[in-house]
Each structure stands twice: as C-alpha cells, then as structure tokens.
Design a protein around this ligand. Structure first.
Ligand SMILES: [Zn+2]
Length: 79
C-alpha cells in the first residue's frame, strides 16, 4: 500500500507503518531549475554526464513519523 500526497515542495508518503515527509527541489532554483541535480562533469547534456544533487534539497533527508499498530478487536458482538 502506497499513497503519496504533494503539497507545494513537500512530498508525503503514507505507508502502513510510517509516514515519510521529504522536501522536494525548489522549482525556482537558479542552479538546477527544479530538476534537483546539477552536472559536474562528463559530456554536456549527454546521457553519460555526471550529476550531483543540488543544494536546494537533500534527497536522502526525510522525516519519518512512525505509526503505531492498531489494536486488534478480538471481542465478538452478538449483532
Ligand atoms: Zn536546485
């Protein structure tokens, strides 16, 4: 089960056990123009070009909010 919500620059992923919140690249960034990465070497605009993450976001930094397990209902009701 995976559900994703995006609010402005924040992407929120809902999983069964936790919620992950991650800040996305800035669409107005002068360096990457919202792509989230900048070229650091290799042929210019080529598939073999080398990239590194832009400073406007951290692709490995997300906030994890753990969710507690729900209590299981074991009682049975007569109706
Ligand atoms: Zn950027």
């Amino acid at each position: 089960m995976r559900n994703t919500i995006t609010i402005r620059r924040w992407r929120i992923d809902l999983y069964q056990r936790a919620i992950y919140v991650q800040k996305q690249p800035d669409p107005k960034c002068a360096d990457c123009r919202g792509a989230g990465h900048v070229e650091i070497g290799g042929p210019l605009n080529h598939p073999d070009a080398e990239y590194e993450p832009c400073g406007c976001w951290n692709p490995w930094g997300d906030i994890r909010i753990p969710l507690r397990l729900r209590a299981q209902v074991t009682e049975r009701y007569p109706f």
